[in-house]
Design a protein around this ligand. Sequence first.
Ligand code: DAK
Length: 262
Amino acid sequence: MAYENIITDVRGDAPLRTGWITLNRPKALNALSDPLMDELGAALKAFDADASIGCIVVTGSEKAFAAGADISQMVTMDFMHVYKNEHISRNWEHMRSVRKPVIAAVAGFALGGGCEVAMMCDLIVAADNAKFGQPEVKLGILPGAGGTQRLPRAVGKAKAMDMALTARMMDAAEAERAGLVSRVVPLADLHKEVQAIGDQLGRYSLPTLMAIKECVNRAFESPLSDGLWFERRMFHAFFGTADQKEGMGAFLEKRTPAFTHG
Ligand code: DAK
């Protein structure tokens, strides 16, 4: 598929490489238009299905990860249009079905839908110029792609209410303190640091990474007892894998494991 709103490329030197998706509508600060979200979904699906890829990175420009859903596209929409066309859910939910780890590499603005897309990723690595916010209130709408649900789970009610009710932006340092982002790195090093994570994941067993992701996500969907039960069963299942024998064997033989992803 030829893309017009994103750029894809493959990077890294680990056995499993990293699929990069760069949001590329610089004139609109990567506003998340329908065509862009269609392409993002297609690229995520393609990398998820590619056996040579171990993890996926979603990034934007130095100025903006994404400044939100495209306001110029939404301004004339009415209820029946968004309802009948499944506005947002139709092409924003692909991220949730990706089984490989997805890293958001965020520089600049991650606002509204941009912040929500970042929160749908598994980890967020922020450049020191990153700014996160849910400013929808200023437009007379509310966060509609998970902002009222994922943000309080990440940063707690106090910060989430502050951001969503007042539209206050959080800088990278505050976002790290609050638990929204995993790491903050200098802007100049963002791609290098994120690729280092990609290379590290690319040397692990992919099914193990996928299972860890499933289990951690389960923590947000179920009571503790169910989550622990799910984790235990998954843990038991991994004693049936070649990668468990290889990982433990390699440790005891003091060598680097050569995982076969089986
Ligand atoms: N949409 C469309 N265009 C945008 C945009 C956006 N979200 N953000 C920026 N742009 C465009 C600007 O209009 C401007 O275009 P030109 O005038 O040059 O043609 C260009 O990008 C550069 O922006 P600025 O000139 O404003 O740049 P500044 O550096 O001065 O300011 C800013 C940067 C990020 C602070 C500012 O652009 C800004 O406040 N942008 C809007 C941020 C925002 O309000 N984001 C939330 C959008 S609402 C739904 C679920 C979810 C959603 C909706 C519905 N349903 C379930 C139905 C999600 C909604 C949102 O995300």
